[in-house]
Design a protein around this ligand. Structure first.
Ligand code: PHE
Length: 383
């Protein structure tokens, strides 16, 4: 008797729960706002990636809303923290798709996190646009996945050429993050180009994101006498690697890619990084009016903070997506996907954005030199 009442009660509760779930799972007809999802690392060892991107996206959306939004509606960004972890990226993207019913999703920065969540967007037919993931595999997930930045075969070539032609080094060692699709890919692309140009890779060592002690790998690298070391990792590990390398007496320049770009890099590595070089998506020093206007408005909004590449890419990615909605005259995900695929010559802060048949942008890269906490412009390399 008692059990039966309990079952009845549970059944009733289940119905109420199900109805409640269905109700909040449905996008209200004629919804007042355009909903866009964003996921990124707001915490964890790549936290500046998500935080910087979010600042750029927020600034772009505020500008758009101030001039009437899009399709006669205001735009709302629903932002989720994935702590820089692939599993968390899947959890929060599932929520954005199934619960929030967003029209499109912006993110991630780190390629491994984009690779984890992209299949969910593809299966649900929700367009995903990554501002900064450079590994080629990301957009290969399917036709709903786009990026507004260059890819690593190009970035690897840029640094290989810089090493050979500008630094004039012939013997280089590599220290790569085995847990990161970005690092593994970029290391391979660099190696390919550097060897093709007549250079030699004298050591190829690895670590795992989260490691703190790199002495074993650096000792082995030092014994091979490289003239420079290519470290295509993220800023937290790169900062530690720089310090430990100098302590062991490795004196040649360290080189890396866009994953170095963070104000935290200098905080962690300090002057061990002076005279080191990395490739990036843009330079704050670029005198072009588009960049200087953006830098000035960003500084005004964020207490004098200067925008790193992810802030610039975040700003561009939000505007490119909304531009596609405007051209599609709809926020229906399929229509937005089609319009995105036709993005051509969009004048972004990070350069003109045209998406090719692989849904990637083809853009120049810059090489920057670390100088007393600043990233000084060295050269621009066109594709
Ligand atoms: N390109 C890096 C990746 O694919 C992410 C990144 C972009 C980091 C820009 C810093 C700046 O993982």
């Amino acid at each position: 008797m008692k059990t039966r009442t309990a079952y009845k009660w549970m059944g009733g509760a289940l119905i109420v729960l199900t109805l409640g779930f269905l109700a909040c799972n449905k996008k209200p007809a004629g919804s007042e706002e355009i909903l866009i999802g964003e996921y990124g690392a707001m915490t964890g060892s790549t936290a500046t990636f998500g935080q910087s991107t979010h600042k750029g996206i927020t600034m772009a959306i505020e500008e758009l809303n101030a001039t009437g939004g899009v399709l006669g509606k205001q735009i709302k960004i629903l932002s989720e923290d994935d702590q820089g972890k692939p599993e968390e990226a899947q959890t929060v993207v599932t929520k954005l798709i199934n619960k929030d019913r967003v029209s499109a999703i912006l993110g991630e920065v780190a390629s491994s996190n984009s690779l984890a969540a992209a299949p969910l967007c593809q299966q649900s037919r929700i367009p995903m646009v990554t501002p900064a993931s450079t590994n080629p595999k990301v957009t290969q997930v399917g036709d709903y996945i786009f990026r507004i930045c260059f890819i690593d075969p190009f970035q690897g070539k840029v640094m290989a050429k810089f090493a050979g032609n500008s630094l004039k080094v012939k013997k280089v060692a590599i220290l790569r993050d085995i847990k990161s699709d970005y690092s593994m890919g970029l290391a391979n692309f660099f190696k390919e180009s550097f060897v093709a140009n007549g250079g030699e890779i004298v050591a190829d060592e690895s670590y795992s994101a989260g490691d703190k002690d790199f002495n074993a790998q650096l000792t082995s690298i030092k014994s091979k006498n490289p003239e420079a070391v290519f470290v295509p990792g993220y800023y937290t590990e790169v900062g530690l690697i720089a310090r430990q390398a100098r302590k062991l007496g490795i004196t040649g320049p360290l080189m890396g890619g866009d994953g170095w770009d963070s104000e935290k890099l200098w905080e962690i590595g300090g002057d061990a990084l002076n005279g080191c070089f990395f490739s990036n998506h843009y330079s704050v020093d670029d005198p072009s009016p588009a960049i200087q206007n953006f830098v000035a408005s960003f500084k005004k909004k964020y207490n004098g903070e200067s925008p790193d590449a992810m802030s610039a890419l975040g700003y561009d990615v939000a505007k490119v997506l909304v531009d596609a909605m405007r051209r599609a005259n709809s926020d229906n995900p399929d229509s937005v996907r089609l319009a995105l695929s036709k993005t051509s010559g969009y004048a972004g802060v990070t350069g003109a954005i045209t998406l090719n048949e692989s849904r990637d942008a083809v853009k120049p890269a810059v090489v920057l030199e670390v100088k007393d906490g600043k990233f000084a412009f060295k050269e621009t390399v066109a594709p």
